[in-house]
Design a protein around this ligand. Sequence first.
Ligand code: ZN
Ligand code: ZN
Length: 265
Amino acid sequence: MKQLLRRFVQLLLPARCSACQRTGPDAICEQCSRELELVIPRYCMKCGRRRSTEYSSPDCAECHGLDIGVARSRSGYIYNELGRTLLADFKFNGNLAVGQELAERVLARIPTRAPRLFDEPGLVLDAILPVPLHPRRRRERRFNQSELLSRMLADHMRLPMRTDLLVRSRETETQVGLTQAQRRSNVSGAFDVSPRWQRRLTGQRFIVVDDLMTTGSTLAACARALRRRGADAVYGLTLFSTNPLVHPADRLAEDDFHNVPPPLI
Ligand SMILES: [Zn+2]
Ligand SMILES: [Zn+2]
């Protein structure tokens, strides 16, 4: 009801910038969009986050030599203060225009073909999978932001999107106040492949799409569930990712963020 009321109020108001609230035709105004910071061109091959120029390896110091679940990942924007404001408006206020605007801007800058997107010659992908929300949360929010992003990516890459393949097998506890290791164990085993797909994944390769990546624990849990059921490899794509070059204490944790209650109008 609250969300319906909010949508109704949005309809009555003139279009405004999601970040600074200035009236104008765009969901993100010209001035604010200058603060959007692309991860491209210096990214880690594995986790897809910003990579230091001082480090010569194609992956970053944080995932060098580790199995992070996904084979490779890409991410659009660095999750800075503006990113936090825009993503909150998209997810919690249901401002779909800002989500669409962000996705369009990222898609305009990334290759449509898998081998170029993930720097892997000959790569063939089978489908795009959004990170599923627990059915209760999906009912509350009325949409899954990762599904909207997946649909746009599926059109961009001309690949099918499957929403019934990857499922949330249990509801996760609140992650607020947990360490990185605790977060990982909290989310591990939270995903599975739906029974109708379980025997059909052998040799398949997927892209898992999420709105935000910080520790990578969600993408890792999804990738491990798919690989356990026979998938050959899993790739990741996120709209935002934290900058690993920023001190960990200053990072905005994705899992805390997932649990922020929607703001009231
Ligand atoms: Zn603005
Ligand atoms: Zn990395």
